[in-house]
Design a protein around this ligand. Structure first.
Ligand code: G3P
Length: 218
């Protein structure tokens, strides 16, 4: 499973990339706005931190302008994945961008039927938002199960399932058990999955017992 980091915070991306945990990055207009920085400057910097796909989202809602914006975003770096919303206009722009050889991440997916359209439009990634479905008492992971099952039925569907809107480590485990291709994870959740109290307790005991031997390895 690939881990993308779901943030536009370049310091957080650097820290996690140094730990070998970053296979790519996803941003969205809200995450970029939160930085208070210039959009193109942030995206350019992220593209220098990771060679993996970096999702940068269009701002327009009509196909023609999304296409123009997508082409401009794709010029930033070779690892840009242009993000478009899962609307009829977004799918139209996706088809044209994919035909131009540009990676597209179709985002704001909330149903299996939407995911079928994303695959048919040639998307490199589809981003189903599990957390936002959970937030309205719907089981977001059922959507992931449905999409993975549907995509596995058709060789022509080359779109990777990029599980998004992740709220906690359980989402990552469940997505991996289902066989999703990617999880895009907020930095604080990514830091959490490494932690376990029994690991801390066991390590503390090992260190204490080793100290008693009075030996050293170096
Ligand atoms: O960036 C796409 C998605 O991961 C955002 O999720 O629900 O935390 O805003 P959310």
């Amino acid at each position: 499973m690939k881990f993308f980091v779901d943030t536009a915070d370049t310091e957080a991306i650097r820290e996690l990339a140094d730990g070998g945990l970053v296979d790519g990055v996803t941003t969205n207009p809200s995450l970029v706005a939160r930085t208070g920085r210039d959009f193109f400057e942030v995206i350019r910097e992220i593209c220098t931190i990771t060679s993996g796909p970096v999702s940068a989202e269009v701002a327009a809602t009509d196909a023609e302008t999304m296409l123009a914006e997508g082409r401009r975003l794709a010029e930033i770096a070779s690892n840009i994945a242009v993000k478009v919303p899962l609307t009829m206009d977004g799918l139209k722009a996706c088809r044209s961008l994919a035909d131009d050889g540009i990676m597209v991440n179709v985002t704001l997916c909330f149903s299996p039927s939407q995911a079928i359209l994303a695959a048919k439009a040639g998307a490199a990634f589809v981003s189903p938002f599990v957390g936002r479905l959970d937030d309205i008492s719907t089981d977001g992971m059922t959507l992931i199960e449905d999409i993975v099952q549907i995509y596995d039925n058709y060789d022509a569907f080359r779109t990777e399932v990029l599980v998004a809107s992740i709220r906690h480590p359980r989402h990552i485990v469940d997505a991996a058990k289902i066989g999703a291709d990617v999880c895009t994870v907020p930095p604080d959740v990514l830091r959490k999955i490494a932690r376990h109290p029994l690991t801390d307790k066991g390590l503390e005991a090992f260190i204490a017992d080793w100290a008693k031997t009075g030996q050293s390895i170096l």
